[in-house]
Design a protein around this ligand. Structure first.
Ligand SMILES: Cc1cc2nc3c(=O)[nH]c(=O)nc-3n(C[C@H](O)[C@H](O)[C@H](O)COP(=O)(O)OP(=O)(O)OC[C@H]3O[C@@H](n4cnc5c(N)ncnc54)[C@H](O)[C@@H]3O)c2cc1C
Length: 354
């Protein structure tokens, strides 16, 4: 039987970065994952955008997240010898008549000044559909989540820390103040199951709001400008004519199956984003479920009644930007240094636990 201090269930971006942070702190860790069978991280585009939505809202922890993401992903690039993080400016197309006024208001606010460029009538490149104008956003870019997870999977396996197995949380047992799960004995287990966490019997009292999404990877004949184009749906250039096109939002069909309807919806949106001489070639079509939550904040911390069972989940549609900072804070907490960040602490929903 394996013995460890911390058992982590799920090797998505959350479980991977938490494991990496714990290992850096000298902790013993074992990870169990079902080979990414229902991972949202392997479907995700990895976009990093601190100012989002129709109302152009800047996340209150934007600078904190961006600094942590830069530090974490650059350290992983050095450690794994692969490129992971790319800062690329984003052209935000006007999406409504009220956009210019909202943009003006935001630009006057010192908290937004560094993130938003001036309004422009013309798009920054002839291949971009200008529509009713727009503006450039700064401090935007993308992570390569599939590359990162594949490299960390290899690393963890070489170190004997990763086992491919589907875990049934309901079979978990306590024995002499230790946890027994899937043949592993540990002091504690941290569930990092993404959207599947909504069915975990220990944590299903938490208000998950999972949202399915689909993304295409395409190749155009011509090279594209090195700018992310966002009008609700978005184009993310990857170099050599390759680009990602995303994403759909579906709260009803909660599976990881790519659909013809999703593909057609995205291809229809493409014509409002960039001009191409000929139709692009489809390279990949992926679907996954975002682990979103009722109040848009993550679910982090120990179970209120069973403190050896913990959760690190609920990163919604912005895991690439926020997980590095939360993984470092939660690893500190697990090592006895510092609290669970208050806005993410699951104790805020304790009243729902019957
Ligand atoms: C289409 C789409 C586009 C997205 N685009 C972006 C984007 O541009 N930028 C961004 O930041 N975020 C994006 N996201 C969201 C992003 O994917 C998440 O924020 C983040 O990756 C969640 O990581 P996670 O580790 O919590 O979950 P997951 O990646 O889902 O990882 C959970 C892992 O645990 C495994 N697992 C679950 N239950 C068990 C079990 N019982 N036993 C064993 N293994 C188990 C799963 O198979 C998986 O490997 C997107 C998501 C989707 C679906």
């Amino acid at each position: 039987m394996n013995e460890t201090r911390t058992l982590i269930v799920g090797q998505g971006l959350a479980g991977s970065l938490l494991a990496w942070e714990l290992l850096r702190r000298g902790q013993r860790v074992v990870i169990l994952d079902d080979d990414h069978a229902r991972a949202s991280s392997t479907a995700a585009a990895g976009l990093i955008n601190p100012v989002t939505g129709m109302r152009l809202v800047r996340h209150p922890l934007a600078e904190t997240f961006l600094t942590a993401a830069e530090g974490c992903y650059r350290a992983l690039e050095r450690d794994l010898h692969i490129p992971l993080l790319h800062w690329v400016p984003l052209w935000r197309c006007s999406r409504s008549e009220t956009d210019p006024a909202r943009h003006r208001t935001r630009r006057r606010d010192p908290a937004y000044k560094d993130f938003l460029g001036p309004w422009r009538a013309a798009a920054p490149h002839p291949a971009i559909v200008a529509g009713q104008g727009g503006f450039m956003q700064r401090h935007t870019g993308y992570l390569a989540p599939r590359r990162l997870l594949a490299a960390l999977k290899d690393r963890f396996r070489q170190q004997g820390l990763l086992r491919i197995a589907r875990v049934e949380a309901g079979t978990l047992q306590y024995s002499r103040r230790r946890v027994l799960l899937a043949g592993c004995r540990a002091d504690r287990v941290v569930f990092c199951e993404g959207a599947s966490g909504a069915g975990n019997p220990w944590f299903r009292w938490l208000p998950f709001q999972p949202v399915k999404g689909e993304i295409l990877t395409l190749r155009a004949d011509a090279s594209l400008p090195n700018v992310i184009v966002n009008a609700g749906q978005w184009v993310l250039p990857l170099g050599n004519g390759r680009f990602k096109l995303g994403a759909t939002y579906d709260r009803t069909h909660l599976d990881c199956i790519p659909t013809a309807a999703g593909r057609d919806q995205l291809l229809a949106a493409l014509t409002h984003l960039i001009r191409l001489e000929s139709p692009p070639r489809l390279l990949a079509h992926r679907a996954g479920i975002r682990p979103s939550t009722l109040d848009k904040a993550p679910f982090i911390g120990p179970h209120p009644v069973h403190p050896a069972l913990l959760i690190f989940n609920g990163f919604g549609s912005r895991g690439s930007m926020s997980i590095p900072w939360y993984a470092a804070r939660f690893a500190d907490y697990l090592c006895g240094h510092g609290p669970v960040p208050a806005e993410a602490d699951i104790l805020r929903f304790r009243d729902r636990l019957k």
